[in-house]
Design a protein around this ligand. Structure first.
Ligand SMILES: *Cc1c(COP(=O)(O)O)cnc(C)c1O
Length: 636
């Protein structure tokens, strides 16, 4: 069906231009709309028309560009001066420094029918005809999808249509507009980047002042491409329904998001990603430069171990790259079974179960075993995944002082329960210290509570054979639930739980994070399996790591840096978030990658450098790191 462009223009001898409008309609709508526009022309508040031009042109359907309306935000202001300030801010956001000048120019174009085309870099007007300006035409909303009163002008909708088309014009970076209608004080700033931001007052009521500026920035294509698009390209702008439009709240939903991010930025809590251009190892490439990596959890350098990589390639050939479903459907391969058998042997428990991540293991275990009415006693420095597991379980969570067994016992006595749990990191991830597990176990036994340790940072690090916290303390009785990760010393990905058969059967049936997620790929499982076999059979890397831990302790002591650790994690507490960030940045400049850890990972005001050691760090790298740390933290 053909589409028609329908244009109306009304004028009289005294006032000149009275009103104008345009529509894109199909043939069956043409009479109705022509009548409606004629009615509008003849009954205008500015005066009686003595000449009305109606122009009808055919449009080829293939020439139409369909555009989604810009998202709309409304900025409510009490006074037009406040509105002007808001508009200036938006122009700044668009990268325009001359916001004042632009606003001023807006007042000078009241009598123009068209818009100013302003080159924002030279601040020169570039319309071929400055009397007339540039007119954006051949556009309409998809008015088939909402009810409209054809005889009345809908300022807002027409403006949104125009702004949307203009925003899509080549070289146009935005638009600012105030209507010259004395009754209509709302104006807007619009751009693809910020959407259509309507400002409720941009001028005083009764003022005939108004205008429109298209903000142009030179690029490859020429001004004529811009003008041709604005004046000739047919565009249908798709607007949702009118009720949604009138609320004009679409942009508001992002307001809080932006505000929260701004807050983080101001408080040095904003996070961003660093890109590593090599394998995770004691030395990595970043920004095309080599760094000593002192921030990784790959304590045994197994992320980049040649035997493991070879094995993974072979297993990829045999088992493929994906598992096709959850563990309970298609996602358990022979490799999964072998890994679980090896883990049970490693941790000396009846059985083991692999989860997709350590995070998922913690939330799955805690939330499936405990529920409303139960009580969980949790160390105040436990990992976020334990905290989230507690929240998800809806059990009452009682937080005890860090590694303080006296406080734990007092809290147990104060919160008697039928079904309860004591849960703790084995090695605390941001402090590197070790839980007093013998005492924790004694309390669990005495009060009939489940015991659970998170061995993310003790597996492959603690104990004579690297088997973790139980070996470290040479415990005869193990905690009920031993949870750990394959993603730290084992250099792969995944979480695991070791325990008795009853526990593992229960988790297979009840742990939602185990049941409702596609299982890890055979490739990942193969890398965990190969890593575990190395750890179980060859203690060379473990010895190197443990030597490095002893050596780095000595280096810190020599440099009088107040930090000490029995694990691979060394917290060097500086307190202030910004200081921590600055020191970390300086170390990076020197080629040492050491993370600054801030709130919410650790408490506010306890920001720190977190050094983590690897088996393959050289003595020179460690002593130089200690020296630089001392140099940059000074005496904090
Ligand atoms: C890293 C970590 C986890 C989460 O393990 P992922 O495998 O990375 O999801 C859980 N607990 C602690 C203590 C950790 O450090």
């Amino acid at each position: 069906m053909n589409l028609f462009s329908l244009k109306m223009r009304a004028s009289n001898r005294n006032v000149g231009h009275l009103s104008g409008a345009e529509k894109l309609v199909n043939e069956s709508q043409l009479p109705t709309y022509t009548n409606a526009l004629l009615h509008r022309a003849l009954h205008h508040s500015k005066g009686e028309a003595d000449e009305v031009t109606i122009k009808v042109e055919t449009i080829q359907p293939g020439d139409i560009q369909h555009l989604d309306a810009l998202p709309v935000t409304t900025v409510e202001v009490a006074h037009h001066q406040e509105g002007i300030e808001e508009a200036k801010k938006l122009l700044f956001d668009l990268g325009l420094k001359q916001a004042d000048e632009i606003i001023e120019m807006l007042g000078s174009c009241s009598s123009m029918r068209g818009a100013i085309l302003l080159d924002v870099d030279t601040m020169k007007r570039i319309e071929p005809n400055q009397e007339r300006g540039i007119r954006a035409t051949y556009m309409d909303a998809n008015h088939d999808c909402f009810q409209e009163d054809l005889k009345k002008k809908n300022h807002f909708q027409e403006a949104l249509v125009l702004a949307t088309k203009v925003a899509h014009a080549p070289n146009i970076i935005g638009e600012i507009c105030i209507s010259d209608d004395p009754e209509y004080v709302t104006g807007y700033v619009a751009a693809k980047e910020i959407g259509y931001v309507r400002i409720t007052k941009l001028k005083e009521k009764g003022s005939h002042c108004g205008g429109r500026i298209f903000l142009y920035r030179q690029s490859d294509s020429s001004v004529s491409a811009t003008i041709t698009y604005l004046e000739k390209q047919t565009a249908v702008v798709h607007i949702g329904d009118e009720s949604r439009l009138n609320k004009a709240k679409q942009g508001d939903k992002w307001k809080k998001v932006k505000k929260d991010l701004d807050f983080l930025q101001k408080n040095h809590l904003y996070r961003s990603l660093k890109e590593i251009q090599s394998a995770q190892d004691a030395r990595v490439k970043m920004n095309d430069r080599e760094y000593v990596m002192l921030a990784s959890n790959s304590y045994l350098n197994l992320c980049n171990h040649s035997d493991i990589k070879r094995y993974v390639l072979q297993m990829g050939e045999a088992y493929g790259v994906g598992s096709g479903g959850s563990r309970l459907t298609t996602g358990t391969t022979s490799l999964h079974r072998l890994l679980e058998e090896a883990l049970a042997e490693f941790k000396e428990t009846e059985e083991a179960l692999v989860f997709n991540t350590g995070y998922m293991a913690n939330i799955g275990v805690i939330s499936s075993l405990f529920s409303e009415g139960d009580v969980i006693f949790s160390d105040e420095l436990n990992h976020a995944s334990i905290i989230d597991g507690c929240r998800l379980s809806k059990a009452k969570t009682v937080v005890y002082k860090h590694n303080d067994m006296k406080d734990l016992e007092e809290k147990i006595l104060a919160h008697p329960c039928e079904n309860g749990l004591i849960v703790s990191d084995a090695v605390f991830s941001m402090d590197g210290d070790i839980v007093n597990l013998p005492e924790l176990m004694r309390l669990a036994n005495q009060y009939g509570l489940f015991s659970m340790v998170d061995e993310a940072h003790s597996t492959g690090v603690l104990g004579e054979r690297g088997r973790g916290i139980c070996e470290h303390f040479q415990l005869k009785q193990k905690p009920d639930i031993i949870m750990g990760t394959l993603s730290k010393a084992l250099g792969s990905e995944g979480g695991f739980v070791c325990g008795n058969k009853l526990l593992i059967e229960y988790l297979k049936n009840k742990a939602r994070s185990f049941i409702f997620s596609t299982s890890l790929s055979p490739i990942t499982i193969a890398s965990s399996l190969a890593a575990l076999r190395i750890v179980m059979n060859d203690y060379t890397l473990l010895k190197k790591l443990q030597d490095n831990i002893a050596y780095f302790n000595k280096c810190l002591q020599q440099n009088k840096v107040p930090a000490h650790s029995h694990s691979a994690i060394f917290p060097i507490i500086v307190g202030d978030e910004q200081v921590a960030m600055n020191v970390s940045a300086k170390l990076l400049q020197k080629g040492y990658f050491i993370s600054a850890i801030r709130y919410p990972t650790v408490a506010k005001g306890s920001a720190r450098l977190r050094v983590s050691l690897m088996a393959n760090h050289s003595k020179e790298e460690l002593s130089e790191a200690a020296r630089l740390i001392k140099k940059y933290i000074g005496n904090v």
